[in-house]
Design a binder for this molecule. Sequence first.
Ligand SMILES: [Zn+2]
Ligand SMILES: [Zn+2]
Length: 252
Amino acid sequence: MRELLLPFVLMFLISCQSEDMADSSNVTPGSVNITSVVQASYINKYTEGVSVQLNGYKISISSTGLPDHKTPYWGEGHEMYEDFPGANHANMNTTMISFNYVMTIPTYPGEGSYKEQTELGPVGMALNGVPIYNDYEGGGVLQENAWSTFDATGAHPGPREDYHYHTEGTYLTVDDSNLIGFLRDGFPIYGRQDMDGTYPGDLDENGGHETVTSDFVEAIYHYHVSNEMYSTSGLYVIKSGAYHGTKGTFTQ
Ligand SMILES: [Zn+2]
Ligand SMILES: [Zn+2]
């Protein structure tokens, strides 16, 4: 009898353990320390609005969320104003305001025990401190009425006048291998190419893979801007799908 029961007891124990792991916010740290790249990248890119604080096993990046480049959303008359890229645009009366954003990410980003889908709102922060959003807007995936409001850099303000990027544009990356920022799980995100100029062919369902990059001499998981054109927009979404790691906080 005891021999018969043992396999069931073991199965029960194993299933309990895996549930605990899925619910746990404890993440196994990765092996690569991102501190020096975060410090060098964010601070070199935009010294005025962005600062980096080290808190032991976490890094906090603070920003105003305002861009360091031209956009119609500065408003006519502003020195950084420029018109929309195309004739078809909307939302011209919307402006953008500054925030006190703080994104907190792990010093050693690790793979999550489960892969949480990205949601509405900030999924990461570009190197100039502007939030990165995924392919969702309000009630669903990006539609033409949303992408017609994008400026040349693939960004627009939301209903709270919160300026953010959705797609590749003329600033962060233009079909290249630029480091453009970090997502909330602490993993870096690059343009559509790898550093050797090729388009990665082995991306997982979350748009990433683990190799060395121009910034990391040790192999690290990193995302890429999508290489699939988004619908008929002519645009390439920066990030869709789930996080590879476990997302940290993004407050305002
Ligand atoms: Zn948006
Ligand atoms: Zn890559």
